[in-house]
Design a protein around this ligand. Sequence first.
Ligand code: GTP
Ligand code: MG
Length: 251
Amino acid sequence: MRRGSRKGGACRGSRLPATAGPAMGSRLRLCGAALAMAGGAALAAWAWARLRGRGAGRGEPPAPRLGPVPSIGVAPQGKRQGRQILVLGLDGAGKSSLLQALATNQVKRSLAPTEGFNAVCIATEESQMEFLEIGGSESLRSYWKMYLPQVLLLIYVVDSADHARLPVAKQLLHQLVENNSTLPVVVLAHKQDLEGAYCITDIHDALALSDIGDKRKMFLIGTHVAEDGSEISSSMKDAKELIAELFLEMQ
Ligand SMILES: Nc1nc2c(ncn2[C@@H]2O[C@H](COP(=O)(O)OP(=O)(O)OP(=O)(O)O)[C@@H](O)[C@H]2O)c(=O)[nH]1
Ligand SMILES: [Mg+2]
């Protein structure tokens, strides 16, 4: 892809500015340059319950036997016709907070874990992107793989300061994509504001991203949502624009 300055970013201790690190691997792009986002974003969020006609709100427990997400992106006869962007990552990684910030361009951190699904639609001038977050708690991870065949793009969020669980995050990511060699993946090395957060070069190594396959498009971006009420950072804008471009390419 065309974008993304590849500034020679050294990995300096605990904090990573929203600039890119060195290129790593032929298909991996590290993005960080500030980019203007065209068009306004409109938020329309539905919780899983709403998709099932039970009203809005998040935090509904999953149905005991969970079927495919209805009404959007269900592919008949196994064909990939979905238009969704799947957002996965361990519990607490920051998926809901990220989605909220991407949708509103304002920081508002999530307070409650997603106990099922969280569907968010973000409209730009060029497209309407449908994001589907599945909660990251252990009980929900078995559902993650079910949705892969019907998505255009996987966004995988990691808490860059949660060093202890990076091996689990890595294992789950590798399991997710092992049978899908072309699905584009955007890894968000989130919570870059925290002391002790690994920089993107460390995240790249910790997740062994170079082993994920060289056929797919893969990107790694450092992100954070800092102060409630503030405008989103340039790295978040980069992430949003990159996702929008990938989404358009995958149509
Ligand atoms: N310091 C810091 N905290 C963050 C950031 N993003 C989210 N958080 C906090 O991290 C916690 C978890 O955030 P969520 O967005 O709920 O995480 P999640 O990945 O959706 O978690 P599940 O829904 O349980 O899978 C919340 O307390 C957020 O306020 C960030 O960029 N920096
Ligand atoms: Mg969540």
